[in-house]
Design a protein around this ligand. Structure first.
Ligand code: UDP
Length: 413
């Protein structure tokens, strides 16, 4: 066993351990979580998702699986593979889950189910005591494990406030084979014949994306990407996805800059299971002018530097299961102006620790208000940081999963 694979050595190094969180969450909480971890230490858990790269699921599973291993719980993370045709079909499922009315053809159904079947033949999960499958891409896997003994849980990370009924009915035939479904918020609860749980995502405060940076480091990173800091920065960091409303962001920025000088930086990465992002990125090129920077890069420290340097962070989504980018920016004391939808409504308390907006016009008004009022920025920003510390750190997510494993996992084998 290599050093990095050894939970014991990892713990000795102090990486991803619950003790690391003690200064942030207090010793009583750290001790409580440690005792819960003791109860499930004998379990072996497997997560299955469709990408190691890009998007919120990857951001969650990277620290969560490391923390579980550091706590001595053997936790694997498997990927399913797929063709571009497969990921085209699964993006369509994603869009219909978020409420779009789209046809789902017999041919698409065949591609989807065949690729998942191929993946199932390569997955050997007999040793596991719980299997957690993420999002619609690998959902039908369960059909190919008819003799399963361990519990299977399906976690859906998207905004399920109004899924398109015909496609939901189709997916439901797979979902109801699971022992339980896990959604980000209680309002995503569905009419299902299985248990439902609600677990909101969280961030790793020690990762390169969220850890402390000095002003000098921030300046260096922005300079590396030729991002000028002569004007206040208005920033949105998101996959290039129409649900993140990049055109609405540009519209809001154009309205705002008529009243206050500022520069817009839109950065995004392309998740390998999202075939639409390149098209959206290219479609933005015609909207760029000298006050707007649009970059497709994948650099967590640049994300960190921008969220710290920004005068305003936008997340003007029109659907959002839970916006990790919102929590990441709030952790850095940024004022976030978020779309009044889905998980963002739980992350931002309007006018208390950020702003919720419905239209580009409303976003523009809030941008101007924040740009012109440093005291307001400081007040909202410090409340924003505190709300993340209380609710949205990885230690809380670990505890939620430990509770779920006690309830559903195969304990004491
Ligand atoms: N992200 C990133 N670089 C980018 C754009 C996004 O690292 O250029 C990260 C972002 O910091 C966050 C995740 O990707 O951790 C996106 O998660 P979120 O829940 O905001 O949206 P999703 O992509 O899951 O819809």
């Amino acid at each position: 066993m290599s050093l990095l694979n050894s939970p014991v050595e990892r713990s000795k190094l102090g990486l991803h351990t619950i003790e690391q969180y003690e200064p942030l969450i207090g010793s009583a909480a750290a001790e409580r979580i440690g005792l819960k971890a003791d109860r499930v230490r004998a379990m072996r858990i497997a997560h299955v998702s469709s990408t190691f790269y890009g998007g919120g699921v990857t951001e969650l599973l990277t620290p969560l699986t490391l923390m579980m291993n550091a706590a001595g719980i053997e936790t694997d993370w498997h990927l399913i593979q797929g063709t571009p045709g497969f990921f085209g079909c699964t993006k369509k499922l994603h869009n219909t889950l978020q409420g779009e009315n789209l046809t789902w053809s017999e041919a698409e159904r065949t591609i989807y189910e065949e690729v998942v079947f191929e993946n199932a033949t390569r997955l050997h999960l007999d040793e596991c005591d719980a299997i957690i499958v993420h999002d619609p891409q690998p959902l039908p896997l369960i059909s190919h494990f008819p003799h399963r003994e361990a519990p299977w849980l399906w976690q859906c990370h998207v905004d399920l406030s109004s899924p398109f009924a015909p496609v939901w009915s189709y997916l439901r035939t797979f979902i109801e084979k699971y022992d339980a479904a896990v959604f980000s918020l209680p309002e995503y609860a569905q009419d299902l014949g299985i248990d439902q749980h609600f677990v909101s995502p969280a961030i790793d405060p020690f990762s390169p994306k969220n850890g402390e940076l000095s002003d000098k480091e921030i300046g260096k990173f922005l300079a590396n990407y030729k991002i000028p800091t002569d004007l206040p920065l208005v920033v949105q960091i998101s996959r290039f996805d129409r649900w993140k409303d990049p055109l609405g962001v540009i519209d809001a920025f154009r309205k705002a800059r008529k009243q206050a000088d500022c520069r817009l930086v839109l950065i995004g990465n392309n998740a390998s299971d999202d075939p639409e992002s390149q098209v959206i990125f290219e479609s933005l090129q015609s909207s760029i002018d000298e006050g707007i920077i649009v970059l497709a890069v994948d650099d967590p420290v640049l994300v960190n530097a921008l969220q710290r340097k920004a005068t305003v962070v936008l997340q003007k989504s029109i659907r959002e299961g839970f916006g990790l980018t919102v929590t990441e920016a709030m952790w850095k004391g940024a004022v976030v102006i978020g779309g009044d939808v889905g998980g963002i409504r739980h992350q931002i308390k309007n006018e208390c620790n950020g702003f919720l907006v419905k239209t580009p016009g409303e976003a523009a008004e809030r941008i101007v208000q924040v740009l012109k009022n440093p005291k307001l920025r400081e007040q909202l920003g410090s409340r924003a940081k505190e709300s993340v510390r209380e609710n949205f750190l990885m230690s809380r997510l670990l505890e939620d999963w430990l509770d779920l494993m006690v309830e559903h996992g195969r304990l004491g084998k």
